[in-house]
Design a protein around this ligand. Structure first.
Ligand code: VGL
Ligand code: ZN
Length: 205
């Protein structure tokens, strides 16, 4: 059975937000149209406490984009974003949520970041997403959302590791591109791992 997995389509990742992804809003109508083709839809939500250690502001003297070591993992420092209960953490108002079965929140542990919708970056904790999909006999996952070079990429890679057939809908994702070739490199990395890249109009279920 097929599932649509919508990653982090939240105000802070959209134009005007704290960690805005260029043209991120362009994927909203594409995702809404795509939702009509699916019966099983779940979403992830970046959901940080204000004291989260991925925020540059919580490291005096450090700047956005600096890389530090956090609990043994390389950590990019981000602007304050997706703080629990704030408008920035909310889903975009035009994103249709009527058919969503469940939202999986991530990044709640203040000392570990969590890009993937399945596991935190240290792989010690999981969100329950994998069990939830397996329990509902989901075999094929179609992934959309933000950002292609961070949360979408790591969600895709984990979905493959968890045994799903994974499709990335390329016109329903956009990248942060801290470096200009981040999107291209991410697509290459995901392809090597076995993701199927396709555009939304190619999806006939
Ligand atoms: C994300 C950076 C920090 C994402 C979340 O959703 O891609 N990126 N937190
Ligand atoms: Zn985050």
């Amino acid at each position: 059975m097929n599932a649509l997995l919508i990653v982090d389509v939240q105000n802070d990742f959209l134009p005007g937000g704290a960690l805005a992804v260029d043209e991120g809003d362009q994927i909203i109508p594409v995702i809404n149209e795509l939702q009509e083709k699916f019966d099983f839809i779940v979403a992830t939500q970046d959901w940080h406490p204000a004291i989260h250690k991925s925020f540059a502001d919580n490291h005096p003297g450090k700047m956005i984009g600096d890389i530090i070591c956090l609990k043994g993992e390389e950590q990019v420092l981000w602007p304050v974003h997706c703080v629990q209960g704030t408008e920035g953490a909310d889903f975009h108002k035009d994103l249709n949520r009527k058919k969503w079965k469940k939202v999986f929140q991530k990044g709640t542990n203040p000392v570990v970041d969590s890009y993937s919708g399945f596991y935190d970056n240290s792989r010690r904790e999981n969100t329950g997403l994998s069990d939830y999909l397996h329990d509902h006999d989901i075999t094929d996952v179609y992934i959309v959302g933000l950002a292609a070079d961070y949360c979408v990429k790591f969600t895709v890679l984990d979905a493959i590791k968890e045994g799903f057939d994974v499709n990335l809908v390329t016109d329903a994702t956009k990248a942060v591109n801290l470096s200009p070739d981040d999107l291209e490199n991410s697509l290459k990395e995901m392809s090597k791992s076995g993701v199927n890249l396709l555009s939304s109009d190619e999806i006939t279920l």
